[in-house]
Ligand binder design. Structure first.
Ligand SMILES: Nc1ncnc2c1ncn2[C@@H]1O[C@H](COP(=O)(O)OP(=O)(O)OP(=O)(O)O)[C@@H](O)[C@H]1O
Ligand SMILES: Nc1ncnc2c1ncn2[C@@H]1O[C@H](COP(=O)(O)OP(=O)(O)OP(=O)(O)O)[C@@H](O)[C@H]1O
Ligand SMILES: [Mg+2]
Ligand SMILES: [Mg+2]
Lengths: 228, 228
């Protein structure tokens, strides 16, 4: 589903030069469920953003379902991304002036669905993420950290994208809520969705099929999960 | 150091009424190191914000070092808070238009220190939080999630406040970085600082002296940490 080929990413600002990725190659097969782990600052978010077409590599290529995404224009890239990829951001990125319901429905706007149909999908996604319908008419900043995180997850899965990329989806959740989220990812994966998840939590990583280890912008190994 | 007496907090918006705290009483002795744990949405952040004088309760009182904080004007409250309390926010709340150095120095501005002296304290705080001096001239949004979290921690401890309140200080950190942060909290506590920490991580909570359990806006119990 996703092929990352010799990807480099450098950030420059003034005299500051940071090589966030230094030649990363990996391939995520369709229908797999993989985790990415590594120290803070090692390049995980940078890698996921590039896999999710939110950012372009400085060097290297990214193929999604066989398409060489570097050949796409910015506009084609956005359309491709909206259609195929659901993204859970490390900092949620919810829109504060929209309600929770409107936030979750955002990926569905371009689909020409009837209003009730869109709402039904949104409520369904929120429940799958472990959320509560009492949140629907609230604004994101009227929710707790963990509640916002679950709204962000609902928004990422509402359109049933073929690829779900999740950056630390359980960082603000207690163990019980985290388990609901992971259970949902496992179920989506059984239905055929490809899942790539960044996590610092070994218990969460152990629910995936394979763990990629990143350090200083490089892939340094893989681990077989040890479920208990 | 902190006495919370029968505190209630309600949020109203339109027809929505949420009782975030329903009669919480607790007392944190000077020099102790306590954790607060509980499900997402149970009221932990609301409680910490009230303990940190960032918010006022709907009902009930809060005493800090014997002072009845409800008798203070907003201006006196802000001054009292800036002097005594360091706060690590669940969503960091760093200022994007300032550099990392300027962000960390923010609590020191009112102290009339020489510029080199202020910088030295800031660098010291950043290293204690497990940060790196290469971050100093960057902007917060040029850092990874876990790096931003450590800058937020540095800012909270730079002024050596008598009370440190930390809301999920390790949520975005790998195990090694989290241990550096907790080690620092333990050292600050040995020097006399009172620490109150919200965490979902049992390993982190087990480093404190006592764990308060919150559920649905109520204190439901305490736990003795089981260090291994
Ligand atoms: N500004 C607000 N307006 C309305 N309701 C709010 C507001 N802030 C918080 N709440 C509600 O108050 C309750 C407690 O929120 P709080 O942020 O204290 O939870 P928490 O225990 O910190 O959760 P988490 O572990 O997810 O961070 C939640 O149900 C939340 O939806
Ligand atoms: N916009 C930017 N400008 C400059 N440097 C950046 C920028 N974004 C990220 N970096 C740097 O790139 C490196 C990798 O960052 P990244 O966010 O990918 O790390 P991460 O593995 O996700 O960390 P964490 O676990 O803390 O979230 C870090 O050293 C960071 O400081
Ligand atoms: Mg990250
Ligand atoms: Mg909270």
């Amino acid at each position: 589903a996703i092929v990352v080929e010799e990807v480099y990413k450098v950030y420059r600002s003034g005299t500051n030069v940071t090589w966030a990725l230094r030649g990363v190659s990996l391939s995520v097969d369709r229908g797999s469920f993989v985790s990415i782990m590594g120290p803070s600052g090692s390049g995980k978010t940078t890698l996921l953003n590039i896999m999710g077409l939110l950012d372009r590599p400085t060097r290297g290529r990214v193929y999604i379902d066989g398409v060489d995404t570097l050949r796409l224009s910015d506009r084609e890239l956005a359309e491709f991304r909206n259609r195929k990829i659901g993204f859970v951001f490390q900092t949620f990125n919810l829109v504060n002036r929209l309600t929770v319901l409107e936030n979750i429905e955002l990926p569905l706007i371009a689909r020409g669905l009837a209003r009730e149909e869109r709402r039904k999908l949104a409520v369904d996604a929120l429940l799958k993420a472990g959320g509560d319908v009492s949140w629907l008419s609230k604004r994101p900043n009227q929710l707790s950290g963990g509640q916002q995180q679950r709204v962000a997850i609902a928004r990422a899965i509402v359109g049933s994208p073929t690829i779900v990329l999740a950056d630390e989806p359980t960082g603000n959740l207690d163990t019980a809520s985290a388990r609901v989220v992971i259970k949902t990812f496992i179920e989506l994966n059984k239905l055929g969705q490809t899942i790539v998840m960044i996590t610092h939590n070994p218990e969460v990583a152990n629910c995936s099929h394979m763990i990629y280890l990143i350090r200083d912008g490089r892939l340094v190994g893989t681990m077989d999960p040890s479920p208990e």
